[in-house]
Design a protein around this ligand. Structure first.
Ligand code: GDP
Length: 493
């Protein structure tokens, strides 16, 4: 749509009357509210206000494609939708057994194939997502241990995981990264299953580990919660079958149900991608809706191409892949980013057009720096998005301080905005804390009490406009949070 006086006025925050006068001065022409404004003129006036206008016309090709997908999704015939396998990520403290557990699960339940791998080069490169089968049901595992990958994806808006398995070694009990992982999983609003691991070790203390988890509000159903607890040994394989049963049970009860329509054109998320010297770009994709076919035209982030070859998780060539299936494809023109969404598009020229618009806008935004968000901008964000929750992440030097601050937070009641502690822990503010805030930086505060932020955390916070504050006096901290709450008051209408 062309720029009109009205839309320009809204975009740059100048009153219509004032803008009309300004336009007359610039062009010697009279404008009505709905008159189109030449781009050059609009650009000039916007620049005076410190705003850069972007030509959006070609992006309409993109919105057309996306609208079509949205419409198709809305029109999904429930009768055609089928249950899809759950997609599971394993998280937990380092050395608690995530990798060993994943290996064991794949060894024992991985889908076997008689077909020899046909991937060029003969050797199947590890695909970091694969399926297992248990009693005829499939489960997809994302083989990216650690919550960094999970959080990074989420921060960029990709929701790929349905269930998170939190692994805790019964020898160590809950450790700082266990708590982080739990906070990340809770913030992502995914179903959680606990695997208490290393129960074969003589120094395993299952009861103590359980109690520590209960304190973090992970409660099994006999205690009024809904988090299944499974005791496992990744080395002996004990409990693994039960773990998979629980995964399937949680998947069955998932709300909304895990369903997809295989008749749809395929769409989903890129998990990883690289340049292969023989075959060009290879991208691991997870299909989340519809079916992806060999020969389909893909748009993936700012890359595009025709699916030339498609491999399953065993490196065997396949022609189609349905919902929750991880595949490796060749044929994209460039290496997409991990967590770029992909869509099947009808024709190559549309795909190319959208990819090019995205490429150039990406370059532009890489050049312009991010604007840091301050407490003041909570107000604007609140007005724009109707924020009803102020999220805080608390780091302090001691458990006692954390508890004291949390108590103070609970006391801060406000009619319209509530405070939600996303995560709390002991020690310096680190990158993971900032990443947790990235999902909604406009209404999240990262607070340090008697601790500082490390360099990586500071850099990330600055780059991405996350509010990061350090205190050494509690009442100053609570005062600030209070004013943030009040700043978030709904404007009186
Ligand atoms: P990750 O860092 O969470 O991926 O942990 P790893 O899977 O690398 O495991 C760390 C170490 O613990 C390795 O030496 C594993 O062999 C060992 N380990 C993992 N699970 C178990 C278990 O259930 N029992 C025992 N005895 N050792 C385990």
């Amino acid at each position: 749509p062309p720029i009109t006086v009205r839309s320009l006025s809204e975009a740059i925050g100048m009153k219509v009357g004032e803008l009309s006068k300004r336009l007359v001065k610039e062009t010697n022409k009279l404008y009505a509210v709905n008159s189109p404004v030449e781009f050059e003129v609009a650009e000039l006036i916007a620049i005076e206000k410190g705003i850069t206008l972007k030509l959006k016309e070609r992006e309409t090709a993109e919105s057309k494609v996306l609208d079509k997908y949205k419409k198709r999704a809305e029109e999904m015939d429930p009768a055609l939708a089928v249950t899809r396998p759950p997609i599971v990520t394993i998280m937990g403290h380092v050395d608690h057994g995530k990798t060993t557990l994943l290996d064991k699960i794949r060894q024992e339940y991985g889908i076997k194939s008689d077909v020899v791998s046909t991937e060029a080069g003969g050797i199947t490169q590890v695909i970091r997502a694969w399926q297992v089968e248990k009693d005829g049901n499939h489960v997809t595992f994302l083989d990216t241990p650690g919550h960094e990958a999970f959080t990074k994806m989420r921060a960029r808006g990709a929701k790929v995981t349905d269930i998170v398995v939190i692994v805790v070694a019964a020898t160590d009990g809950v450790m700082p990264q266990t708590e982080e992982a739990i906070s990340h999983a809770k913030a992502a609003d995914v179903d959680i299953i606990v695997a208490i691991n290393k129960i074969d070790m003589p120094n395993a203390n299952v009861d103590k580990t359980r109690r520590q988890l209960y304190q973090l509000e992970l409660l099994p159903d006999n205690m009024g919660g809904d988090v299944p607890f499974v005791e496992t040994s990744a080395t002996t394989g004990q409990g693994i079958s039960e773990l998979l049963e629980q995964v399937l049970l949680v998947a069955e009860l998932a709300d909304p149900p895990l369903k997809a329509d295989p008749q749809h054109p395929g769409s989903g998320t890129c998990l990883e991608a690289y340049q292969d010297s023989d075959e060009g770009v290879k991208a691991t994709l997870i299909v989340q809706q519809g079916t992806l076919h060999k020969g389909d035209i893909l748009l993936c982030g700012s890359t595009f191409g025709r699916v030339r070859a498609m491999y399953n998780d065993m490196g065997v060539q396949i022609d189609e892949a349905g919902p929750s299936t991880p595949v490796k494809v060749t044929g994209l023109d460039e290496v997409p980013d991990a967590d770029d969404p992909f869509y099947v598009v009808e024709d190559l020229s549309t795909a190319r057009e959208i990819a090019e618009v995205r490429k150039s806008s990406r370059q532009r935004s890489a050049l312009s720096s991010f604007t840091p968000i301050s407490l003041d901008t909570f107000n604007a964000a609140k007005a724009a998005q109707k924020i009803t929750e102020l999220k805080v992440i608390i780091k302090a030097e001691a458990r006692g301080s954390v508890e004291a601050i949390k108590k103070e937070m609970e006391k801060l009641v406000h009619e319209e905005v509530r405070v939600r502690v996303l995560h709390s822990g002991i020690g310096a503010i680190n990158e993971s804390d900032v990443e947790l805030a990235l999902t909604s930086p406009a209404d999240t505060l990262v607070i340090g009490f008697n601790v500082t932020a490390d360099d990586a955390a500071l850099r990330l916070a600055e780059q991405r406009g996350v509010s990061l504050r350090e205190y050494d006096i509690i009442y100053k901290l609570t005062d600030d949070v209070k004013s943030a709450l009040e700043g978030k008051l709904k404007p009186i209408e």
